[in-house]
Ligand binder design. Structure first.
Ligand SMILES: [Mg+2]
Ligand SMILES: [Zn+2]
Length: 175
Protein backbone atom coordinates (compact mmCIF):
# COMPACT_ATOMS: atom_id res chain seq x y z
CA UNK A 1 0.00 0.00 0.00
CA UNK A 2 1.36 3.38 -0.94
CA UNK A 3 -0.10 6.75 -0.15
CA UNK A 4 -0.50 9.83 -2.31
CA UNK A 5 0.71 12.94 -0.62
CA UNK A 6 0.62 16.68 -0.95
CA UNK A 7 3.94 17.95 0.31
CA UNK A 8 3.80 21.50 1.54
CA UNK A 9 6.60 23.88 2.27
CA UNK A 10 5.77 25.86 5.41
CA UNK A 11 7.02 29.46 5.27
CA UNK A 12 5.49 31.35 2.37
CA UNK A 13 3.02 28.57 1.58
CA UNK A 14 1.13 27.86 4.83
CA UNK A 15 2.11 31.02 6.68
CA UNK A 16 3.29 34.42 5.60
CA UNK A 17 7.02 34.53 5.06
CA UNK A 18 8.83 36.11 8.00
CA UNK A 19 12.61 36.01 8.14
CA UNK A 20 13.56 33.21 10.59
CA UNK A 21 10.09 32.97 12.08
CA UNK A 22 10.30 31.62 15.61
CA UNK A 23 7.41 33.17 17.54
CA UNK A 24 3.78 32.12 17.45
CA UNK A 25 2.71 35.75 17.36
CA UNK A 26 4.47 36.15 14.01
CA UNK A 27 2.84 33.07 12.49
CA UNK A 28 0.00 34.23 10.20
CA UNK A 29 -1.82 31.63 8.14
CA UNK A 30 -2.17 32.51 4.46
CA UNK A 31 -5.78 32.97 3.31
CA UNK A 32 -7.34 29.79 2.01
CA UNK A 33 -4.85 27.32 3.46
CA UNK A 34 -7.42 25.47 5.58
CA UNK A 35 -9.94 25.20 2.73
CA UNK A 36 -7.23 23.94 0.43
CA UNK A 37 -6.09 21.29 2.92
CA UNK A 38 -9.67 20.11 3.51
CA UNK A 39 -10.02 19.79 -0.27
CA UNK A 40 -6.82 17.71 -0.51
CA UNK A 41 -7.96 15.48 2.35
CA UNK A 42 -11.33 14.94 0.68
CA UNK A 43 -9.45 13.75 -2.44
CA UNK A 44 -7.62 11.17 -0.32
CA UNK A 45 -4.24 12.87 -0.04
CA UNK A 46 -2.07 12.76 3.05
CA UNK A 47 -0.44 16.07 4.02
CA UNK A 48 3.25 16.32 4.88
CA UNK A 49 5.19 19.49 5.61
CA UNK A 50 8.82 19.74 4.48
CA UNK A 51 10.62 22.81 5.79
CA UNK A 52 14.15 24.21 5.87
CA UNK A 53 14.82 25.71 9.31
CA UNK A 54 18.38 26.94 9.09
CA UNK A 55 17.60 29.49 11.82
CA UNK A 56 18.28 26.59 14.20
CA UNK A 57 21.75 25.92 12.78
CA UNK A 58 22.48 29.62 12.67
CA UNK A 59 21.59 29.89 16.35
CA UNK A 60 18.69 32.33 15.88
CA UNK A 61 16.34 29.94 17.71
CA UNK A 62 16.59 26.41 19.01
CA UNK A 63 14.82 23.17 18.18
CA UNK A 64 12.51 23.57 21.18
CA UNK A 65 11.28 26.92 19.84
CA UNK A 66 10.64 25.24 16.49
CA UNK A 67 8.59 22.50 18.17
CA UNK A 68 6.54 25.01 20.18
CA UNK A 69 5.45 26.74 16.96
CA UNK A 70 5.06 23.43 15.16
CA UNK A 71 2.77 21.97 17.83
CA UNK A 72 0.72 25.15 17.92
CA UNK A 73 0.38 25.08 14.11
CA UNK A 74 -0.70 21.42 14.14
CA UNK A 75 -3.29 22.27 16.78
CA UNK A 76 -4.74 25.00 14.53
CA UNK A 77 -5.01 22.49 11.68
CA UNK A 78 -6.62 19.96 13.99
CA UNK A 79 -9.22 22.51 15.07
CA UNK A 80 -10.23 22.70 11.41
CA UNK A 81 -10.31 18.88 11.18
CA UNK A 82 -7.11 18.74 9.16
CA UNK A 83 -4.64 15.99 9.97
CA UNK A 84 -1.04 16.73 9.03
CA UNK A 85 0.60 13.30 8.75
CA UNK A 86 4.10 14.52 9.55
CA UNK A 87 6.50 17.45 9.52
CA UNK A 88 10.10 17.04 8.38
CA UNK A 89 12.52 19.87 9.04
CA UNK A 90 16.16 20.52 8.25
CA UNK A 91 17.90 22.41 11.08
CA UNK A 92 21.21 22.75 9.22
CA UNK A 93 22.90 25.73 7.60
CA UNK A 94 23.73 25.80 3.89
CA UNK A 95 27.43 25.46 4.79
CA UNK A 96 26.88 22.17 6.60
CA UNK A 97 26.17 20.41 3.26
CA UNK A 98 23.71 18.02 4.86
CA UNK A 99 21.56 15.95 2.55
CA UNK A 100 18.23 17.18 3.91
CA UNK A 101 18.29 20.91 3.18
CA UNK A 102 16.26 21.70 0.06
CA UNK A 103 17.17 21.78 -2.88
CA UNK A 104 18.43 18.34 -1.79
CA UNK A 105 15.76 15.66 -1.65
CA UNK A 106 16.69 14.19 1.77
CA UNK A 107 13.49 15.12 3.63
CA UNK A 108 11.32 13.68 0.84
CA UNK A 109 13.37 10.48 0.99
CA UNK A 110 12.94 10.31 4.78
CA UNK A 111 9.18 10.68 4.30
CA UNK A 112 9.15 8.01 1.63
CA UNK A 113 11.16 5.59 3.81
CA UNK A 114 8.72 6.14 6.66
CA UNK A 115 5.42 6.01 4.78
CA UNK A 116 5.88 4.44 1.31
CA UNK A 117 4.66 7.24 -0.88
CA UNK A 118 3.56 7.07 -4.48
CA UNK A 119 5.72 9.94 -5.71
CA UNK A 120 4.11 9.91 -9.17
CA UNK A 121 0.70 10.65 -7.68
CA UNK A 122 2.07 13.18 -5.19
CA UNK A 123 2.50 16.93 -5.36
CA UNK A 124 4.83 19.55 -3.95
CA UNK A 125 3.73 23.12 -3.24
CA UNK A 126 6.56 25.56 -2.54
CA UNK A 127 7.43 29.23 -2.79
CA UNK A 128 11.10 28.85 -3.79
CA UNK A 129 12.75 27.15 -6.72
CA UNK A 130 14.69 25.04 -4.21
CA UNK A 131 11.37 23.46 -3.18
CA UNK A 132 10.72 22.45 -6.78
CA UNK A 133 14.26 21.17 -7.32
CA UNK A 134 14.12 19.05 -4.17
CA UNK A 135 10.80 17.54 -5.20
CA UNK A 136 12.03 16.80 -8.72
CA UNK A 137 15.16 15.15 -7.32
CA UNK A 138 12.91 12.94 -5.20
CA UNK A 139 10.88 11.84 -8.21
CA UNK A 140 7.94 14.23 -7.83
CA UNK A 141 6.99 15.81 -11.15
CA UNK A 142 3.77 17.49 -10.00
CA UNK A 143 5.04 20.77 -8.65
CA UNK A 144 3.46 24.12 -7.91
CA UNK A 145 5.25 27.33 -7.16
CA UNK A 146 3.18 29.94 -5.34
CA UNK A 147 3.84 33.67 -5.29
CA UNK A 148 2.72 34.17 -1.68
CA UNK A 149 6.23 33.94 -0.25
CA UNK A 150 9.64 34.70 -1.74
CA UNK A 151 10.03 36.56 -5.01
CA UNK A 152 10.18 34.03 -7.82
CA UNK A 153 11.73 33.91 -11.25
CA UNK A 154 8.83 32.61 -13.34
CA UNK A 155 10.79 32.36 -16.60
CA UNK A 156 13.46 30.13 -15.13
CA UNK A 157 11.28 27.93 -12.98
CA UNK A 158 10.86 24.21 -13.48
CA UNK A 159 7.54 24.23 -11.67
CA UNK A 160 4.64 22.65 -13.53
CA UNK A 161 2.28 25.38 -12.33
CA UNK A 162 2.82 28.88 -10.97
CA UNK A 163 -0.08 30.23 -8.92
CA UNK A 164 -0.77 33.22 -6.70
CA UNK A 165 -1.18 31.21 -3.50
CA UNK A 166 -2.37 27.93 -2.04
CA UNK A 167 -5.86 29.33 -2.46
CA UNK A 168 -5.68 28.53 -6.20
CA UNK A 169 -4.18 25.08 -5.81
CA UNK A 170 -7.53 23.34 -5.55
CA UNK A 171 -8.29 24.40 -9.11
CA UNK A 172 -5.22 22.47 -10.25
CA UNK A 173 -5.41 19.39 -8.03
CA UNK A 174 -8.81 17.92 -8.65
CA UNK A 175 -8.29 14.18 -8.41
MG1 LIG B 1 9.20 28.79 1.85
ZN1 LIG C 1 19.73 19.30 6.82
Amino acid sequence: MTIKTIFLDRDGVINKEVCYLHKIKDFKFIDGVFDACLHFQALGYQLIIITNQSGIGRGYYDEDAFHVINNWMLEQFKNKRIEILDVFFCPHTPESSCDCRKPKPGMFNQANDKYSIDMKKSWMVGDKEADIQAANAAGIQNTILVKSGHAIDEKNSNAKFILDSINQVKEVISN
